[in-house]
Design a protein around this ligand. Structure first.
Ligand code: PLP
Length: 361
């Protein structure tokens, strides 16, 4: 997508420099401490990055009170998702077992796409009536399969922003046959969650479960989408099994130091959270006033109802210099907008008001 390479230079929406509200990135830009760390390390990039990668792993491990050996670093969390699918398919093939992937739908596409590319069946389970993952139906799909199920759980879910009950997920994970169910818990937006009932999937790792991996990313709250950095948290055994599926020294020195500095930059994390909650509040208030339906969001994006054709809505926004999320079939009367800065949301809302008059929302 060429639009993703165009950045908004002065913060004003225009077709030449659109406001990028389509990929759930962080409009604040990189943490200043991460920027400095990148600049400082440039004089060392003639060397291999081993020690910088180790420091990053250690910083992540400390944040979760885990061991460094439990951290699998990837070129974005997408890279870890890919490796997990490859590793599970390899393992099942070795054992002569069948394997499938179960995904909520719509959700982040990558696990399902990769599984499909690997030639394994993908079972898509529609979201429930609250737009949350339908755990009962996902479990039924796993229980009725005579092989291994890779279960992709996305919490909060992208594109809906909805949180699925942690207790319901825990009931399944704790009661599941660990030889038949492998849970991939994608928590890309976890740092934005405000719901006090959320319990991270990392609790399963602390219980020593070898059939769970939790995925996190630096692309969202840490504003590092362009640096490509994500990680998996698992037991040491699971992390070790993934090693042959990861490239060696896969994280560049600048990316590693940016990750370490970002994780330690609590002021930046707070600022990002505060910006997100301000932008969420002002957007939902405006939607309420305009009688536009939306789902409760626990991420940095808002899934809202549209009354016109998706293509018309997306192209209409593009003509106003704003890029928003792609269509998410079968939910064709809904659209996803990323929560940018309050100023960006003001510009988005100005367009929304025009669209309201046209009957598009
Ligand atoms: N998981 C979810 C739920 C996402 O929404 C995204 C990106 O939008 C990713 C993973 C991929 O992130 P990364 O940039 O770490 O590969």
């Amino acid at each position: 997508n060429t639009l993703s390479t165009i950045t908004d230079t002065d913060g004003t929406a225009s077709t030449d420099h659109p406001l990028l509200l389509h990929y759930n990135e962080n409009s604040l830009g990189l943490s200043p401490k991460a920027k400095n760390a990148i600049v400082d390390v440039l004089s060392n990039v003639n060397r291999y990055p081993d020690s910088y990668i180790e420091e990053l792993q250690q910083t992540i491990a400390e944040a979760f009170k885990m061991d460094t050996k439990q951290v699998t670093l990837g070129v974005g969390s997408s890279d870890v998702i890919r490796a997990v699918v490859n590793q599970q398919v390899y393992k099942a093939t070795q054992k002569g077992q069948k394997i499938q992937l179960i995904t909520p739908h719509p959700s982040f596409f990558l696990a399902a796409d990769h599984a499909q590319g690997m030639g394994i069946p993908v079972v898509s389970i529609p979201l429930d009536t609250n737009f949350c993952m339908d755990i009962t139906k996902m479990k039924q799909a796993a229980d009725s399969f005579d092989g291994i199920s890779i279960v992709y759980l996305c919490n909060p879910n992208n594109p809906t922003g909805t949180l699925t009950s942690s207790a319901t997920i825990a009931d399944w994970v704790k009661g599941a046959n660990a030889d038949k169910n492998y849970f991939m818990v994608d928590e890309a937006y976890a740092e934005y969650i405000t719901d006090k009932n959320f319990v991270s999937g990392t609790s399963f790792i602390r219980e020593g479960r070898d059939n769970v991996i939790v995925l996190r990313t630096f692309s969202k709250i840490f504003a590092m989408a362009g640096m490509r950095l994500g990680y998996g948290l698992s037991t040491e055994k699971v992390a070790k099994e993934l090693v042959p599926f990861m490239a060696i020294l896969n994280i560049s020195m600048p990316t590693a130091v940016a990750g370490t500095a970002s994780l330690k930059d609590s002021a930046f994390i707070q600022q990002s959270r505060a910006m997100n909650s301000n932008s969420l509040a002002m957007t939902t208030e405006a939607f309420d006033a305009l009688d536009i339906k939306y789902l409760p969001s626990q991420g940095n994006f808002l899934f809202h109802q549209v009354k016109c054709d998706q293509k018309q809505y997306i192209e209409g926004m593009a003509a106003e210099g704003i890029t928003i999320g792609r269509p998410f079939p079968p939910l064709m009367q809904w659209s996803r907008v990323t929560l940018g800065t309050p100023d960006e949301m003001n510009q988005f809302l100005t367009v929304i008001k025009k669209f309201k008059k046209k009957g598009w929302v």
